[in-house]
Design a protein. Structure first.
Lengths: 996, 479
């Protein structure tokens, strides 16, 4: 055949082939037949491709035999070959975990497999197992390295979060929380976790640099549900009813015995001054003449309920989510007026204005009402344990026959004089009401196929009303200030507005080279105002109104704070051949909280990853990525820290702190290495190692007060470093339509050290029990140490005069414990404990068989200490069960002097440092779904659940719960300290969910 | 269309770009603001007046010093009371221990609160003296501000000298930036500065036409009263500065007498509580559950009441005491009220026990902090006068008369007479019962008569945290 003949045939075939091309129509849907807008369809081995529209439809010129590659983030890629049909419906299956998409901290929507740093992701399936009452609770045990700490059980207070090691010696370890694009401050308990679709977590500076000077603790971005997945409407009604309680086995108790003389009738012998007369041996082995179980009047099981209704809708141009919820939690006190109530309304609405313009809005309204008891020292939680059991707390007052004899203890003449806690609970409490609006309004302009411009305005406004009222007729003369009644009303308003402008580029330069880039501008303005008024005497009984305050007892005050931030950021993510991934980021923050000489700060991130599984074919290895990232981020100084301030009160000015014009933010640099491995569809594994160094710790530093009258200055004066290993392993044991079993283990271990401190040793936290010292671990207790070995005796002490008792303590000839002394003869102040755990391990498992499913989440903390000040205080009054000697062998009986010596005038003491290890069954859920039901011709499913939260706990702790902190007193994620707070409690409930 | 959309995006960008990062602290003023006008000087001085009060009259150090002096007693740990009240053997009379002056001390507040707040008052007063010097104001205002500022600085330095072993002394002419720890001076030099300031205050007050000081809650101090107070405090601080009986004898008692006579204080210097920030330790010292009258005082009134408190309980009915002194009894009207068994734990030391409570300010306590708080009683100054007369031997009749003003009224059987060999004892008897309600009075009196417990501290050391700011070695006192 001649050359010309070949050319002619080629031309004919080409013309023929061209002639065979036709427009193929297709629709891409998910497993539930919901359209997938934005899916990519490419003809294999060409550069030619199209995307689906909002209805999931696409049109492509193709010919018979062409192979279409259909892909969509978060779904398994599918391949089809064009045949005779002109209409194709392509159903994409949900991807495994590694194929999920990420939006946080990256230049654009990115496949999780292609992210070059660690991102945690919690999806809706996991979230819905045991819905938390707030978003933070929902995070617990879901992502390695994220610790969720429930330091108080007070209803309405969300737990604290710490991601990896600590960043702040000031105790600010909270990550930045972003809700649908709005940066939040304030209580997360205001948010209904049922609204959440998924959460993304950036664990530290190596990932979160895009968020600059507020992201050193990481970022948690919460995305709420935006509409139904299918066209039409979907309604979901969920209700949960149960009760809060503390299991009897975990409730505290009071000693059965005391060390006072009794007469033949079993009554106390009284001295000439009316006082109790000590037994000569001072051993607490005498029974109380009468024993009231006052604790049973203090705690009770109370109800909780949670209802939510979601109406989800999708049309060709809109998606909508309207949801309302109502939560009530009564807690565990035996008084009806305490508890937390929350109502929320959410409206998310997305609208396609034109092919190129989209409006997305999110609005959340919430209203909470909370009634809190007094907490801490002298609160009812304190006095209930310091009341001897012979005092009848249920007796009425002699003065006015009202309930709970306020001085029941004092009337018994018992040393100490605590007020009846039941009287306090009945007559003194704080009411808090908060109204909050959170909104995000976003306009997205698709300028070209690869360039998007986005403008967003978001806000978070809330007002809080805090009322404290004690009526006239207060009987407790121990707190005489309430004698004539007491009113305080505090009104605070917080307003935060921010504006974000973003230009994003997502372009395949070649089939093997994708570039994503983003330019970003943020303007953030926040202001807070507070006014406070009250009075210490009221005129008319029962009237909680400021007009009722007498003129000689008025109290007033106000406060205000304002800050502005302006930031620019640029980010470029490069993807070469799906296997070489890099990301470069720079951010410049200008912030009014920085001193005027250092108003601006630059942050950066560089990261890279190599997907080995794309490079080599390794048996059973579906995915293997190694990655490394280094990034910086910061934390803001407190509002007034840069200013030289005087405190003004009652019209006069007093010196407070000298200013610092060079005060910058905390500056954190994190290096992270990690790897993700997926073995078949069976095991997915992620390992991360992180080194975080946070310099420029903003700390109060003592300065010579003599010179200028200012006792301290805020300075960048220290460095905190942490080292974290974290591992998550998921086993997808069985995955069939009928049977499903999935198990995930999350392991994390962190060490944290204060490596520099440019100020003297610093004691802080509850009762100054913690010490910050250069070269030491962060989170150590300092106090007096009871000797445990004769070798520890001072040179002046003769070991033959001492012995070791049955509790392992060195005691003198009188059986009194001996303390470690310093060179001056005082009790030495040394490290007596360390809060840091050896490791944290969470384990969760989802099991489903047909319509039945079960979920459980266990949380294991191994090692670390907690300080039991609650126990120490009961040693003061000798009312702790340890003091009771009745059931001890005679040779082990100790006098009360032994326990008083251990009490050690309430100073931090090694005896009260306890093991904080625990294993908790945090969440448990059994559910059954009834399907194929119909109501008014609608397909309906009903889900019935039995839910338990914190229902099982194993620990060695002598108090209620070793996971305990003092609310409002320092680092809520590190300062484990049992200081008569509101204890954490368990909840058991039944759930009913209707979907149609 | 595209242009319009880009415009929509750019307008807010440009708008916010222009917004400044300079944000003012509207809640708390800065120095320029508080010193911006002469009218603001008054607010600063009022603040300094409060800081002086705040340094001294709340639980720390007032409760601490009551216990340290064996005038009050309490074995509760807070306010450092148990620390300063605890003694080694023999029972109740052994040696005291050194003050725990370390950065890790459990109760550092009783040292830090007076020290830091007194310096806040010293520096604020000095700021105003400096500001007045450079301000364009008439001489009358200049005199008024200077009188007020020097008076406050005299009070603040005075109590620094009374309470601490040493301090840093400077005035408006000192280049404070050049000062080092080597410039700290012993208490007697601090007292000198205080007395100089009182003299300056008197000079300025006398040169001014009228003075109206409103910085002490509930009262107005006019020119006459300021001169009275400055003279009276001059005398008080001079007398109380003595650390031993030998130092007491070397005091210039003529000067004391001269100042008292010149001051002629007839009314108590009393401020009023408002429960908010103006309140004092009476709220706690008059609470029988927190503090009792020390058995050493009980024993002083009635020698049949043993001291220390008997380890095996009280041998007889303590209500004999009212027969010795009508100020003691079981009704709410008595200054010292029987309160039954002490609410303290026996195993902390029965020697802390006492059945009597302070009751003079019970109404103040029951009102939650509303009512009068005498800071310097005219009675106290008159007793200083009596003491000066006795020590100078110039007019024992008058001295006895002054002592009897409360002694006889209280129903004592033996009035003081000019021939009493123990006239000073009778005088101190009155001092301990009549003047213990202002910070440190009992302590200062015991100190200057060698009557403190064995090895009890004579003064506080500079607090450890403050020593650290100078890089100075930590030290302590007592023990």
């Amino acid at each position: 055949m001649s050359k010309h003949t070949y050319l002619s045939l080629l031309l004919i075939f080409s013309i023929s082939a061209f002639a065979q091309k036709r427009v193929i129509k297709g629709t891409v849907v998910d497993e539930e037949n919901a359209p997938l807008p934005g899916a990519t369809i490419i003809i294999q081995d060409t550069n030619y491709g199209v995307s689906t529209d909002i209805e999931g439809d696409f049109y492509i010129d193709a010919k018979e035999g062409d192979v279409l590659v259909i892909s969509y983030l978060g779904f398994q890629t599918q391949i089809i070959t064009i045949g005779d049909d002109e209409n194709y419906i392509i159903k994409l299956l949900t991807g495994t975990e590694l194929k999920e998409i990420v939006l946080t901290g990256v230049a654009g929507k990115t496949d999780l497999r292609k992210v070059s740093f660690s991102v945690g992701k919690v999806n809706e399936t996991t979230l819905q197992q045991v819905p938390g009452v707030d978003p933070v609770s929902s995070l617990r045990g879901k992502v390695a390295g994220v610790r969720v700490i429930q330091g108080t059980g007070l209803p309405g207070v969300a737990p604290s979060i710490r991601i990896r090691g600590s960043s702040s010696l000031l105790g600010i370890q909270d990550p930045l929380i972003i809700l649908d694009g709005t940066i939040l401050d304030g209580q997360l308990a205001d948010i209904n976790s049922d609204d959440i679709e998924n959460m993304e977590i950036l664990k530290g500076s190596a990932a979160a640099s895009l968020y600059g000077s507020r992201a050193a603790n990481g970022v948690v971005q919460i995305f709420t549900k935006r509409g139904s997945r299918k066209y039409g409407s979907q309604i979901r009604l969920r209700t949960e009813i149960g009760f809060n309680f503390i299991p009897k086995s975990r409730q505290p108790s009071i000693t059965q015995s005391h060390n006072y003389q009794l007469d033949d009738s079993g009554n106390y012998v009284r001295g000439s001054d009316g006082g109790y007369v000590l037994e000569d041996d001072r051993i607490a082995d005498n029974p109380f003449p009468v024993y009231y179980d006052n604790l049973s009047l203090f705690y009770s099981a109370n109800s909780m309920h949670n209802q939510s209704l979601q109406i989800l809708n999708r049309t060709q141009t809109t998606t909508t989510n309207l949801s309302i919820s109502n939560l009530s939690q009564d807690g565990i006190l035996n008084f009806d007026h305490f508890g937390f109530e929350r109502q929320t309304v959410r409206l998310n609405h997305d609208m396609k204005i034109s092919d190129r313009l989209k409006l997305s809005t999110s609005t959340n309204l919430s209203s909470i009402n909370q009634v809190e008891p007094d907490l801490g020292a002298s609160s009812p939680f304190f006095t209930i344990l310091l009341t001897p059991p012979h005092a009848d707390l249920s007796a009425p007052n002699e003065e006015d026959r009202s309930s709970f004899n306020w001085n029941a203890q004092q009337e018994t003449g018992w040393p100490g004089s605590e007020t009846n806690p039941l009287y306090t609970l009945a007559n003194e409490f704080t009411q808090i009401a908060r109204q909050r609006v959170i909104g995000n309004y976003k306009l997205i302009f698709f300028a070209t196929n690869y360039l998007t411009v986005e403008g967003a305005y978001s806000f978070d406004y809330f007002t809080t009303e805090t009322d404290f009222f004690v009526d006239k007729g207060w009987l407790n003369s121990r707190i005489p200030i309430y004698d004539g009644g007491y009113i305080t009303k505090e009104r605070s308003k917080s307003r935060k507005d921010n504006l974000q402008l973003t230009a994003s580029l997502d372009k395949d330069i070649t089939p093997y080279f994708n570039i994503k880039a983003k330019l970003f501008y943020l303007y953030d303005d926040r202001n807070e105002h507070e006014v406070f008024a009250g009075g210490t005497k009221i005129g008319i009984t029962g009237l909680n109104n400021l007009n009722n305050v007498t003129s000689d007892s008025e109290i007033i005050g106000s406060d205000t704070a304002d800050f502005v931030e302006k930031s620019f950021a640029g980010i470029i993510d490069l993807d070469i051949k799906d296997r070489y991934l890099t990301s470069f980021l720079i951010r410049r923050d200008g912030n009014s909280l920085f001193g005027p000489e250092v108003r601006k700060k630059t942050f950066y991130r560089i990261s890279g990853a190599w997907r080995l599984s794309e490079e080599f074919t390794i048996p059973y290895v579906e995915e293997w990525k190694i990655r490394g990232s280094v990034g910086t981020a910061g934390l803001l100084p407190p509002f007034a820290a840069q200013f030289e301030t005087f405190t003004v009160s009652e019209g006069s000015a007093e010196k407070n702190t000298i200013g610092n014009t060079r005060l910058g933010p905390f500056f954190s640099t994190e290096i992270e290495f990690g790897s993700n491995i997926q073995l078949g569809n069976f095991i997915s594994l992620e390992y991360n190692y992180s080194e975080k160094k946070t310099e420029g710790q903003v700390l109060p530093v003592d300065i010579p007060v003599e010179i200028d009258g200012f006792p301290f200055q805020w300075r960048n004066a220290g460095t905190l470093e942490s080292f974290t290993n974290e591992l998550s392993v998921s086993f997808n044991w069985i995955r069939t339509p009928d049977l499903y079993l999935d198990t995930t283990f999350l392991f994390e271990s962190t060490n944290q050290y204060v490596t520099e401190l440019f100020r003297p040793v610093w004691q802080l936290g509850p009762r100054n029990s913690f010490i910050v010292q250069a070269g030491k671990v962060y989170g150590i207790y300092i106090g007096s140490k009871v000797l445990t070995s004769l070798d520890q005796l001072d040179e002046s002490q003769n070991p033959s005069d001492y012995r070791i008792n049955d509790e392992g303590y060195v005691v003198d000839e009188n059986g009194i414990p001996v303390f470690l002394l310093d060179e001056t003869g005082n009790k030495a102040q040394v490290q007596v404990g360390d809060i840091n755990s050896d490791f944290n391990l969470s384990f969760n498992s989802i099991f489903r068989y047909r319509n039945f499913s079960a979920f459980m989440l266990w949380d294991w903390k191994q090692g670390g200490n907690v300080y039991n000040q609650t126990k120490q205080t009961t040693f003061k009054e000798l009312l702790h069960p340890d003091v009771d000697q009745v059931n001890k062998p005679l040779n082990e009986r100790k006098s009360t002097d032994y326990y008083s010596a251990l009490y050690n005038i309430n100073a931090t003491t090694s005896h009260f440092v306890e093991d904080a290890s625990y294993l908790k069954l945090r969440e448990l859920n059994f559910s059954y779904v009834l399907t194929d039901l119909r109501i008014l011709k609608n397909e309906v499913s009903i889900k019935l659940s039995l839910i338990g939260r914190n229902i099982l706990q194993f620990d060695n702790y002598s108090g209620i719960d070793p996971e305990v902190t003092v609310r409002g007193n320092g680092d809520q994620t590190n300062y484990f300290y049992d200081g008569y707070g509101y204890p954490s409690f368990s909840t058991i409930s039944g759930g009913f969910e209707l979907n149609f | 269309m595209k242009k319009i959309i880009y415009l929509i995006f750019s307008v807010p960008f440009l708008f916010t770009m222009c917004d400044s990062l300079e944000v003012k602290n509207l809640a708390q003023p800065i120095r320029d603001q508080v010193l911006s006008t002469p009218e603001d000087y008054q607010s600063n001085l009022n603040g300094a007046a409060y800081q002086w009060f705040n340094a001294l009259f709340k639980s720390e150090p007032m409760m601490t010093l009551l216990v340290a002096a064996d005038v009050g007693t309490s074995s509760w740990g807070f306010h450092g009371m148990r620390e300063v009240g605890t003694v080694g053997p023999p029972y109740g009379l052994g040696s005291h221990f050194p003050i725990n002056n370390s950065v890790t001390a459990s109760y550092p507040e009783f040292l830090e609160i007076p020290y830091n707040r007194l310096y806040s008052a010293v520096t604020s007063a000095t700021d105003i003296i400096r500001a007045v010097e450079g301000a364009d104001i008439d001489s009358e205002l200049e005199n008024q501000y200077n009188a007020y500022a020097h008076f406050l600085r005299g009070l603040a330095y005075g109590y620094l000298g009374l309470i601490f072993d040493q301090a840093l002394v400077f005035d408006e002419k000192t280049d404070v930036k050049s000062l080092t720890y080597d410039d700290f001076v012993p208490y007697d030099k601090v007292i000198e500065q205080s007395l100089m300031d009182f003299d300056r205050a008197i000079e300025y007050a006398e040169a001014s036409k009228a003075i109206n000081i409103m910085g002490f809650n509930g009262i107005t101090i006019d020119k006459t009263m300021l001169i009275q107070l400055a003279n009276s405090y001059y005398a008080k601080i001079l007398v109380h500065s003595a650390r031993s009986s030998s130092e007491t004898t070397t005091i210039d008692w003529n000067k004391v007498l001269e100042k008292i006579n010149k001051g002629n204080l007839e009314k108590d210097f009393t401020v009023f509580g408002n429960t908010n920030k103006w309140y004092n330790a009476h709220l706690r010292s008059n609470d029988g559950n927190l503090m009792r009258v020390d058995q050493k005082i009980v024993n002083m009134v009635d020698s049949n009441s043993p001291y220390p408190y008997p380890i095996n309980g009280y041998p007889s009915d303590e209500l004999d005491l009212p027969e010795k002194d009508a100020r003691w009894g079981s009704s709410s009207a008595h200054k010292y009220r029987y309160a039954g068994a002490a609410p303290f734990r026996a195993n902390r030391g029965i020697y802390f026990f006492s059945s009597w409570k302070f009751n003079e300010h019970e109404q103040f306590r029951l009102s939650g902090g509303l009512g009068p708080m005498p800071l310097l009683k005219a009675r106290e100054v008159r007793l200083f006068k009596a003491e000066a007369l006795i020590r100078l031997g110039t007019d024992l009749e008058l001295a006895a008369h002054i002592i009897n003003e409360t002694r006889v009224e209280a129903g004592m059987k033996e009035p003081a007479t000019s021939s009493d060999f123990n006239l000073l004892d009778k005088l101190f008897y009155e001092r301990y019962l009549e003047t213990n309600d202002a910070t440190g009075n009992g302590f200062f009196d015991r100190r200057r008569t060698d009557d403190l417990g064995d090895k009890q501290f004579l003064h506080f050391p500079v607090p450890a945290r403050n020593l650290n700011t100078w890089g100075a070695e930590l030290y302590t006192t007592g023990g």
